[in-house]
Design a binder for this molecule. Structure first.
Ligand code: DC
Length: 232
């Protein structure tokens, strides 16, 4: 491989293993990894803690607008454990932002235009130098439309719900398969139908459907795409 520092955009539906692949790829290439979903989750947690979102998902946008510039989101990476940690205004929130209460609300926050404008700005700053793997929903379409490599990952809703269910129950969360599948379907719908930056595949993205692939198989496919992109 030559040393060209690529900008790699990985988009796709929720729970299709984007972040696992993106993290693994960044480690292999020695690139920075940015989980943009974690940023929208952190803003959602901020809203929940500050009474800016009601139980039915209604956001107090006037008040959120006043404070959005003060919401500071950063990441740290531990080289020896490979763990990525999300920080919200200096507090470690990595576990809390993965809870189902946050998952159930995040789409209501991520569809707000000024929230997206602010997050996209932060993401573009993080990726200025290249050598980055960023995963999300709009990375190849909005954040880095000129990315060197765009991957659109997908898997069936049932396969994704099963994976998320296994993840949550392993952490001791009490959830049912029905609840998780409903959350996956609901988020797919909102993500694809929102007015601002809806989830869609970039025209020049490579589609990877991993419903029936092992992690190793999928990684081999993606590494080949990286090799090809490096050749230009
Ligand atoms: O990838 P995730 O499930 O952690 O993302 C959480 C939510 O954030 C998801 O419902 C969609 C939204 N999101 C987004 O709108 N744009 C992104 N770039 C990343 C995530």
């Amino acid at each position: 491989m030559n040393d060209k520092k690529l900008t790699i955009a990985i988009d796709g539906f929720s729970s299709c293993g984007k972040s696992t692949v993106a993290k693994e790829l960044a480690r292999k290439l020695g690139y920075v990894y940015v989980d943009t979903g974690a940023m929208y989750r952190a803003v959602t947690l901020y809203c929940m803690r500050n009474s800016l979102i009601s139980d039915d998902g209604t956001v107090n946008t006037d008040n959120l607008k006043k404070v959005i510039g003060d919401i500071n989101i950063t990441f740290t990476y531990n080289k020896s454990t490979g763990a990525n940690t999300t920080w919200l205004n200096g507090e470690q929130v990595e576990d809390e932002i993965r809870r189902i209460e946050v998952s159930n609300k995040v789409s209501y926050v991520s569809r707000i235009d000024f929230v997206r404008t602010q997050m996209v700005k932060l993401q573009q700053d993080m990726g200025k130098q290249g050598g980055i793997v960023m995963d999300g929903r709009d990375i190849g379409t909005v954040v880095f439309p000129n990315a060197d490599l765009k991957i659109f990952m997908t898997a069936s809703p049932e396969v994704r719900a099963q994976r998320r269910f296994d993840e949550l129950t392993a952490k001791g969360e009490k959830v049912t398969m029905e609840e998780v599948l409903e959350n996956v379907n609901q988020r797919d719908y909102i993500d694809q139908h929102r007015d601002v930056s809806p989830l869609r595949q970039a025209d020049d993205a490579h589609v990877v459907d991993n419903s029936h692939m092992t992690r190793d198989e999928q990684f081999a496919v993606i590494l080949q795409l990286v090799e090809n992109a490096k050749k230009g």
